[in-house]
Design a protein around this ligand. Structure first.
Ligand code: SAM
Length: 442
């Protein structure tokens, strides 16, 4: 099995693999890199990625180290270009430089107004679950990185874990959990490795998931099944997944829980004393950790009631309130607002000179001095103190105040996370086996 770029990445980009193109700080585009011989779709350079920052033939994105910056190419747009120049192509934006999109990376050249002279750049990034979550085609609400990071550590997902996930939705959680459990591809049917058993009852979403998992070379680690888990449970191809971790992102998780017992249960939630040939999807030798993900508290209470009835323990609920703080410096010397342009320019020149003098003084200091900052933060007031002069004031003319801003638009799917543990069953036979394995007193 060729290694998935999510699990065992190559050092350079390769044809027929996924790459995440970073157009700007928060704008990612997933593409499958293609090698093409000859012109494709009117482009003499072959398959070409067109963005508002210019044109990028895939040939320029291939065989470069992951993370490379690639500049837009002057491309021969052939008939397409002639049509565009005549105004007959309306659906493509005029390319600009990345600087227009808030990308503060130095080096972007100024915008030019013709596609053949576009001068922006992109970065070619190695696919990770985090980048996939930020760029995947949304078919449903998805679980975002702050939530799934927490969930995966709470359900003890690690290399070798066997996770049941329902529903698969857009596959955001699936990719993160695949990376968490991966400990190699199984070499035979009896070779048990970490695996994600994913379930989706919506046919088109199931189909798309299957294609995606195959394209991302994750099919040795993720198995997607088309099923309503509330009706059909979690047995796959007649065999138990032997799961030790479960994640349910379903509208009614309590309706699926009776399938996740060690023995079959009756509808009222009582254990069936005569399970017959029923097979449990759980690992009989390990405690099982579950998380359910629900936006409403009513869903939580129903889930918790059912978990209690079915013998789950250590039940608790968490909500992740993720906030990203942007720490930055204000522009130096802007404590009093200038009244006109001439005054503003004069002030900026003075500030610039002072800042340069300050930095020169810092550089000329002996190393031992420089390591101990001349400026201390007074933690109670968060103002800066000039230690040397003993002035406790606002030396913002030197460096600019340190400020922080919260980013309000950080996407998290605010849901309640219910966690619980189902201990392994313990009987006389298990006790005896344990005594043989770990005899008392030795
Ligand atoms: N966790 C996913 C992600 O990170 O992309 C998103 C899951 S989405 C919110 C919920 C999915 O569960 C939907 O795709 C829906 O079709 C599926 N679903 C709902 N009820 C189901 C059931 N009883 N059996 C299987 N899938 C179900």
């Amino acid at each position: 099995h060729a290694p998935s770029p999510f699990l065992a990445p190559s050092s350079k980009t390769q044809p027929n693999t996924l790459a995440i193109i970073s157009l700007s700080k928060d704008n990612f585009q997933p593409i499958t890199l293609q090698q093409s011989a000859g012109a494709v779709d009117g482009y003499a350079e072959g398959v070409t990625l067109n963005t508002r920052f210019g044109s990028f033939p895939h040939s320029t994105l291939l065989d470069v180290p992951w993370g490379s910056q690639v500049r837009a190419s002057v491309v021969d747009t052939g008939s397409r270009g002639r049509k565009r120049r005549r105004g007959e192509v309306e659906d493509e934006e005029t390319p600009t430089s990345n600087a227009d999109d808030g990308n503060d990376t130095p080096g972007s050249a100024p915008a030019k107004k013709a596609i053949v002279a576009a001068s922006g750049f992109v970065y070619v990034l190695r696919p990770t679950p985090e980048l996939w979550t930020s760029s995947l085609p949304h078919r449903t609400q998805v679980v975002y990185t702050p939530d799934y990071s927490y969930v995966l550590q709470r359900i003890r997902a690690r290399p070798g874990s066997r996770i049941i996930e329902a529903g698969a939705g857009s596959g955001s959680f699936t990719h993160a959990s695949a990376r968490a459990v991966y400990n190699g591809y199984p070499k035979s049917d009896t070779d048990v490795k970490g695996k994600v058993f994913s379930f989706e009852f919506h046919e088109p979403r199931f189909q798309k998931m299957q294609v995606e998992i195959k394209d991302h070379l994750l099919d040795g680690v993720v198995q997607v099944t088309h099923r309503d888990v509330c009706d059909g449970g979690f047995i796959v191809d007649g065999k138990s997944p032997k799961a030790n971790a479960i994640f349910l992102d379903l509208p009614a998780p309590w309706e699926a829980l009776h399938h996740l017992s060690r023995r079959k249960t009756l509808k009222e939630g009582k254990l069936d004393e005569n399970p017959g040939d029923w097979v449990s999807p759980l690992d009989p030798d390990q405690s099982v950790y579950i998380c359910t993900f629900s936006p409403c508290i009513e869903q939580v209470t129903r889930t918790v009631t059912e978990l209690r009835t079915l013998g789950w323990t250590d039940i608790d609920m968490v909500e992740i309130a993720h906030r990203r703080l942007n720490i930055m410096r204000d522009r130096a010397g802007v404590s009093t607002a200038p009244t006109d342009v001439t005054e503003a320019v004069k002030k900026l020149k003075v500030d610039l000179k002072r800042t340069q003098e300050f930095h020169k003084a810092q550089i000329s200091q002996p190393v031992s001095d420089a390591s101990e900052s001349k400026m201390d933060v007074d933690e109670t007031t968060s103002t800066w103190t000039d230690k040397e002069s003993g002035k406790n004031g606002d030396p913002s003319w030197i460096q600019g105040n340190v400020v922080h801003r919260t980013e309000n638009d950080v996407k998290t799917h605010t849901s309640y996370l219910v966690f619980a543990i189902l201990p392994r069953e313990w009987d006389a036979a298990a006790e005896e086996a344990a005594m043989v394995k770990w005899p008392c007193g030795q």
